[in-house]
Design a protein around this ligand. Structure first.
Ligand SMILES: Nc1ncnc2c1ncn2[C@@H]1O[C@H](COP(=O)(O)OP(=O)(O)O)[C@@H](O)[C@H]1O
Ligand SMILES: [Mg+2]
Length: 326
């Protein structure tokens, strides 16, 4: 049965999705069966990091339009991907029997993988927290930014307040080197130990590296695009540390029930449901259009980031060195 690990952060943009993808690939390279569940509708989703466009998501499974087996994407990198969704208005009122049947169906993933890595939304929204409470292991990504630190601490506090029983680990992201990564960990772990009586484990650091941004722009995972780089080594070390941790106990049914509940509960600015067949067809088209628009938006953001990076590189190259003051 799979070891289930949810990856989250206090704030967005800490490198969570890249962590899930690259660490997942490292584990797969070590011959483990890895499944990634994309449960965040934020920017730069895993599908965009891979340059793929899922046609169907967990939403279609929940709507009963397809089976779980039909939405799993076998990527080129030996990891499977389950495209998630962040909730839908269409299905807020599923019966208990239907939810149970769904849980039975989707929990087959637990049996067919060794690692299930879940990329979750960041922030302390109740939807995410109540889902994390059902995850046996939670990994929190933290960057040196003060807000990231305080948000991560707040996240641990909320887990603790809700009497979370699982394992909490963290990784330091976008740090200069491993000692600054470790310093970040010491800050979080000593505050958590002292004020929350909670132990946080350390997985390691991911360096700030422009190769990561380039890999994102190229839509190829960093560990594949730059296998010998420092950043790939960072991901590999973390994968090994994870392997050394040993699995926490999992209540698979509870986990999958919470996942479905989170999807059902989280609000989503979707088109209104319409019962007429003509409108169903129209809604299908609209839904596709909205998906395409969101996808386009993410791609535009990636291109813009790339452009800004290029300009910055050029500027730092041509800017004259400060001469003697005149
Ligand atoms: N280690 C890193 N070095 C440099 N840039 C990074 C690093 N991690 C993340 N980034 C930048 O942050 C962006 C968001 O990363 P992502 O993994 O999508 O974060 P999250 O899932 O936490 O929102 C990336 O597209 C990249 O530009
Ligand atoms: Mg993300």
């Amino acid at each position: 049965m799979a070891r289930i690990i949810a990856v989250t952060s206090g704030k967005g943009g800490v490198g969570k999705s890249n962590f899930v993808l690259n660490v997942g690939i490292c584990l797969a390279m070590m011959d483990h069966r890895v499944c990634i569940l994309d449960a965040d509708l934020g920017l730069a989703n895993i599908d965009v990091l891979l340059g793929i466009r899922p046609q169907r998501t967990l939403e279609d499974v929940i709507l009963g339009e397809t089976g779980i087996g039909d939405i799993i994407i076998r990527t080129d990198y030996r990891v499977d991907l389950i495209p998630g969704c962040s909730g839908t208005q269409d299905i807020a009122d599923l019966s208990r029997e239907r939810i149970e049947a769904l849980v039975k169906q989707v929990s087959s993933i637990s049996a067919s993988s060794d690692y299930l890595l879940v990329d979750t939304a960041s922030g302390i929204s109740t939807g995410v927290i109540s889902f994390l409470m059902a995850a046996p292991e939670v990994i929190i990504g933290v960057t040196p930014e003060p807000t990231s630190l305080t948000d991560a601490y707040a996240m641990i506090k909320v887990l603790r307040k809700n009497e979370y029983q699982g394992r909490i680990s963290m990784f330091s992201s976008m740090v200069k080197n491993s000692s600054s990564g470790h310093n970040l960990y010491k800050k979080i772990s000593s505050a958590s130990q002292r004020f929350l009586d909670t132990h946080v484990e350390y997985l390691g650091s991911i360096y700030q590296d422009e190769k990561l941004s380039r890999a994102v722009s190229d839509q190829v995972p960093a560990v594949v695009r730059y296998p010998t780089s420092d950043i790939s080594r960072c991901y590999r070390i973390i994968a090994s540390t994870l392997l050394g941790q040993g699995a926490a106990e999992v209540d698979h049914e509870r986990f999958w029930t919470r996942l479905i509940t989170m999807i059902l509960k989280s609000p989503k600015p979707r088109i209104a449901k319409s019962p007429s067949p003509a409108d169903v067809q129209k809604n299908g088209d609209l839904r596709g259009m909205i998906r395409d628009l969101l996808d386009e938006q993410r791609r535009t953001r990636i291109l813009l980031e790339r452009l800004v990076e290029k300009i910055e590189r050029q500027e730092s190259g041509i800017r004259p060195k400060p001469g003697p003051s005149t």
